[in-house]
Design a protein around this ligand. Structure first.
Ligand code: NAI
Length: 724
């Protein structure tokens, strides 16, 4: 019998075996090769020593219970690894199954996060007790990485809660539940307040259930809620794919489709066959490109970005105690809420006490909603609100160690508000502007301490949007950058760092998406097709509706300023075909977007979006004019990707991870791509394939698709976009 290395066997005098999950080489347990070998040794020993065993407890010596599959391995799996991936998973599953069916009670003592493979170990236990540790999460989030839970997760959740609940509550959204909510939704059986209580409950279960079995191993077991063999259930089955299609809007995410197939097909066969079906669908996903894109972005890039790969080294972390938010409009109100939620005192200043109070009212509304939905307690909501002081008096800003300015988008006004407060706040207060377009270096000229001045670009709605784009001006110091980074993490958002440039990264790149959509309308393509192309490419917002939200006057204002800047620098402004369409919409038809009551869409009295404006067809569409649907989608995707490469060339962007994360979380670049540069990496044929396709688009639709030198060079060298 081999000695297990990542699982310790600890048996007490009463015969209870605790299997302590404790990978000596990693800070968290994962389903790696060592685990596979260990669980096999454990299953052998359990069978050999069965008579001396009274029950088994899975426990963890780490802060988390178990992290899940080993993503470092999975991201490398190519089609040639399919059989190996299949066998690897199957080997682990069969060991868990052997322990599950040993005839002894098996309990999972979930002491922290149990996600993916971790929760699958728990599912292979007869009883699940979760410790109510703060931040502890339970669930099967594989779908968010383009995968499916193939450690028995599909097979067991279907048998635990029925096909419908398994799909909707656990598998398709990848919801991560707190222990309490996991209990309410049937993912665990009990919640314990302390580790001691958790282990006591585990032992109590073993004492009370010496003959314990999984429900699905008991004679006469039926899947709750029925299966397709029941005609009534089968009649509802077509609604599943229909609803899924509606949710995905046609976007190319293969995982939800495979999960649904594995659940439905697996429900019609015996347990062991269901495990094989699940593994086959998993293998297809893990060896495909989408899971690689999503693992890269949502795991590796996100981790790099949040852990401070871009934060200047050697600067002590600092926490903000009291922040001044200047301007209590839409953005200021949201920023105030996010800061107060993170425990920071906020002084919210506007031109009048009334305007400031109105800004605070936004937090009151969000708090009331959170309380009514049970997401927070009244006490916590009251404490949050007590931290926000609305005011019109600059003197109330005394003691603030950070300032975030969110007044109207006007350089002179921004200079004025900083001048008004810079001698009142702490002498070394961090000075931030939430401008979405104005160059930071020029804004900094309005303050005395330019090295403490930095851009902090939030996204709307601030309470929901996870990204903050930090913009370093020419004179911004490393200390200010580190402090801005720390502030963003303090309010639990994700910071990307860019150098100053007109529109920075996010505002500039999203402009290409919009321009491309609008240009297609100008070419005479059916507007509804343009919208559908955006949706099916996986964009969360359709392109013309997004333009309406932002208002058609905004790109005109930005164009005017950018054109002026380009010409002042001695360059020539390159006109984009979208400009003529926007000018006609505004000047000829008076349609300025949603806030003006009319744009590419029609709007009701209540501001609700109606149908596409029929005038679009009348004035722009050329009946019968079509281009390939793939071209429509790729014109949008490529225009953003190509300009991102130019931003790398220009040194505005310095990190690939920042580009990927910023594009997905800030401007809705489709998640299945893994972000705007990973999209290029993962394109069919790699970088050379992308370059060839860009040249084709340039020939058909214009010079703007010509691949930049950096891209061509990387393609020729056989490189990819990567931070290493
Ligand atoms: P808003 O118009 O809703 O709010 C601006 C607020 O500033 C108003 O309440 C106004 O009374 C106040 N204000 C004006 N002068 C002031 C002064 N002297 N002292 C204190 N407050 C004063 O504008 P919004 O949308 O909140 O935008 C604010 C800033 O955030 C702008 O720079 C904008 O470009 C930027 N931004 C906007 C985004 C958006 O989606 N709306 C996204 C990211 C940044």
């Amino acid at each position: 019998m081999t000695e297990s290395t990542t699982i310790r066997w600890e048996q007490d005098e009463t015969g209870v075996v605790t299997l302590v999950l404790d990978d000596p080489n990693q800070s968290a347990n994962t389903m790696n090769q060592a685990f596979k070998d260990s669980i096999a040794a454990i299953a052998d020993r359990a069978e050999a020593e069965k008579d001396s065993i009274r029950g088994i407890i899975y426990a963890s010596a780490k802060k988390t219970f178990f992290a899940g599959g080993d993503l470092k391995d999975m991201i490398k799996a190519g089609p040639e690894d399919a059989q190996q991936a299949f066998e690897f998973g199957t080997a682990i599953k069969s060991c868990l199954r052997r322990i599950e069916t040993l005839g002894k009670p098996v309990v999972a003592a979930i002491n922290g996060a149990a996600l993916g493979g971790g929760y699958e170990i728990a599912l292979a236990s007869h009883h699940r007790v979760a410790l109510d540790a703060p931040g502890s999460k339970i669930g099967l989030p594989e779908v968010t990485l383009g995968l499916l839970p193939a450690g028995g997760g599909v097979t067991r959740t279907v048998r635990l809660m029925g096909i419908t609940d398994a799909l909707l509550k656990v598998l398709l959204q990848g919801t991560q539940y707190s222990p309490q909510r996991a209990l309410e939704n049937g993912l665990v059986h009990e919640v314990a307040a302390t580790p001691e209580e958790m282990l006591a409950k585990a032992r109590a279960f073993i004492d009370a259930n010496p003959e314990s079995q999984q429900p699905w191993d008991k004679p006469g077991y039926r899947i709750p809620g029925g299966t397709p063999s029941n005609p009534k259930f089968a009649a509802n089955l077509p609604a599943f794919p229909a609803n899924l299609r509606k949710q995905l809007n046609g976007a190319p995410y293969p995982a939800p489709r495979n999960i649904m197939a594995a659940a439905v097909e697996g429900s019609q066969v015996d347990f062991e066959t269901a495990l094989i079906i699940e593994a086959r669908y998993f293998t297809e996903l893990v060896t495909g490109q989408t899971s690689k894109n999503m693992i890269q972005a949502f795991f590796f890039d996100l981790q790099a970005v949040n852990s401070g790969a871009n934060r200047p080294k050697g600067i002590e972390p600092r926490q903000v105690r009291k922040v001044a938010v200047l301007g209590a409009g839409m953005m200021g109100a949201g920023i105030a809420y996010s800061c107060a939620r993170a425990g920071i005192d906020v002084v919210l200043k506007d031109v009048s006490a009334q305007a400031a109070a109105q800004g605070k009212a936004y937090s009151e509304k969000l708090c009331a909603k959170a309380v009514s939905r049970g997401r927070t307690s009244q006490d916590k909501a009251d404490a949050l609100l007590a931290r926000i002081t609305p005011t019109a008096d600059p003197n109330d800003l005394a003691g603030c160690d950070a300032v975030i300015e969110a007044v109207f988008e006007d350089t002179a006004l921004k200079h004025k508000v900083f001048q008004e407060i810079q001698s009142i706040v702490e002498p070394d207060a961090l000075l931030c502007s939430n401008t979405s377009t104005l160059p930071i270096t020029a804004l900094a000229e309005g303050v005395e301490r330019q090295n403490d001045f930095i851009g902090l670009h939030f996204f709307s709605p601030v309470d929901k949007m996870p990204l903050v784009e930090i913009i370093k001006g020419e004179r911004t110091g490393d200390e200010a950058l580190a402090r801005a980074f720390d502030l963003v993490r303090q309010i639990k958002k994700t910071p990307i760092v860019v150098n100053d440039s007109r529109g920075f990264f996010t505002s500039r790149v999203i402009g290409h998406f919009i321009n491309e959509g609008v240009a297609m309308v100008g070419e005479g393509i059916e507007p509804a097709s343009v919208e559908q192309a955006a949706a099916q490419a996986g964009y969360p917002a359709k392109v013309l509706s997004l333009m309406d939200e932002l208002t058609l006057t905004l790109p005109r204002k930005i164009r005017k300023e950018s054109k002026q800047a380009v010409e002042e620098a001695g360059g020539t402004w390159e006109t984009h075909p979208a400009e003529a369409v926007i000018d006609r919409m505004v000047d000829e038809f008076g349609r300025t977007g949603r806030s003006g009551g009319a744009g590419f869409y029609e709007y009701g009295e209540d501001g609700k979006r109606g149908k596409l404006w029929p005038g679009l067809r009348e004035h722009f569409a050329k009946p019968g004019h079509e281009i390939p649907f793939q071209d429509m989608q790729e014109r949008m995707l490529f225009s953003e990707a190509l300009d991102t490469v130019r931003l790398l060339e220009e040194g505005v962007l310095t990190s690939v991870a920042d580009a990927n994360i910023g594009s997905i979380f800030g401007i809705g670049f489709p998640g299945w791509t893994g972000g705007v540069l990973q999209y290029i990496n993962g394109y069919d044929g790699g970088l050379p394939g992308f370059v060839a396709r860009a040249r084709e688009l340039a020939e058909r639709y214009g010079e703007r698709f010509t691949p930049p030198a950096l891209l061509v060079e990387k393609a020729e060298k056989g490189e990819k976009f990567s931070d290493k």
